[in-house]
Design a protein around this ligand. Structure first.
Ligand SMILES: CC(C)(COP(=O)(O)OP(=O)(O)OC[C@H]1O[C@@H](n2cnc3c(N)ncnc32)[C@H](O)[C@@H]1O)[C@@H](O)C(=O)NCCC(=O)NCCS
Ligand SMILES: Nc1ncnc2c1ncn2[C@@H]1O[C@H](COP(=O)(O)OP(=O)(O)OP(=O)(O)O)[C@@H](O)[C@H]1O
Length: 202
């Protein structure tokens, strides 16, 4: 199988921004958030189970999932978040493996926000963590999603702490500075991963 670099980090740490930079360098991407959206599209078994559990009120009038509503519920009720996780995570994992097997490249980037929480680091050859100072993280999250400070803090506290994530990381990007600096860091890491994967594939 292709050499796998897992990219993880807290909410609004900059994963999508870094993912785009790797994609621009031609690196194939497998994104757990995108897969998580596909598995709850209209007509899926998962969406049917979510509707049975939360009622029709969890849907938009066109029958698609009201993500904002589900988000507010699961980040304020721990038991509901765990219920959703046990439903969706095995389905997401199965689709992830399917995508890994289709990719032929020196290495691929597997973007998974909950890599550490779900103990999936063993599935990757290398773990790249994006870290960000908590005050910058909260302010970027509030600005991007236009949400309250309370919801932002609940979302952050539903995830692993940066201290725990750092224990599992092989490489760390500190995303507290400009996007120009971020781009330079990604270029350096890309060269490193090409070298590591060449040795691995030999
Ligand atoms: C709750 C949902 C509907 C909110 O959708 P929304 O479009 O607002 O957010 P999106 O899916 O882009 O997720 C944004 C971020 O929230 C965080 N997050 C999402 N789900 C979870 C979770 N179960 N636990 C902790 N953090 C989570 C992640 O950092 C993620 O990157 C959605 O996140 C969802 O279905 N979550 C359950 C599936 C899951 O665990 N996804 C995470 C990737 S495997
Ligand atoms: N170095 C940076 N300088 C300024 N703004 C940044 C920087 N990195 C990311 N951002 C901004 O911070 C916000 C969060 O970044 P991004 O969406 O990439 O995070 P994410 O980790 O993918 O989030 P999520 O976990 O919700 O999927 C975005 O609005 C992004 O434009």
């Amino acid at each position: 199988m292709t050499y796998i670099v897992a990219l993880t980090g807290g909410i609004a740490s900059g994963k999508s921004t870094v993912e785009k930079l790797f994609a621009r360098l031609g690196v194939p991407i497998v994104d757990a958030d995108i897969i998580a959206r596909q598995v709850v599209e209209k007509g899926t078994v998962a969406l049917q189970k979510i509707t049975e559990h939360f009622g029709d009120g969890i849907l938009h009038t066109d029958g698609s999932l009201n993500r904002a509503k589900l988000r507010t519920i699961i980040f304020s009720h721990e038991a509901e978040r765990l219920w959703l996780n046990q439903l969706l995570h095995p389905i997401i994992q199965q689709e992830t493996l399917r995508q890994f097997e289709q990719i032929k490249a020196p290495y691929l980037l597997w973007v998974n926000p909950l890599l550490i929480e779900n103990n999936l680091q063993f599935c990757a050859n290398r773990v790249l963590l994006i870290d960000v100072k908590p005050e910058i993280q909260i302010s970027r999250l509030k600005n991007r999603d236009n949400i309250t400070e309370d919801l932002a803090k609940n979302m952050i506290s539903s995830q692993a702490s940066n201290t725990v994530r750092r224990l599992h990381a092989d490489d760390i990007i500190e995303n507290n500075y400009s996007t120009e600096e971020l781009t330079a860091l990604v270029n350096t890491l890309h060269a490193k991963y090409l070298e590591l994967s060449t040795n691995y594939n030999d």
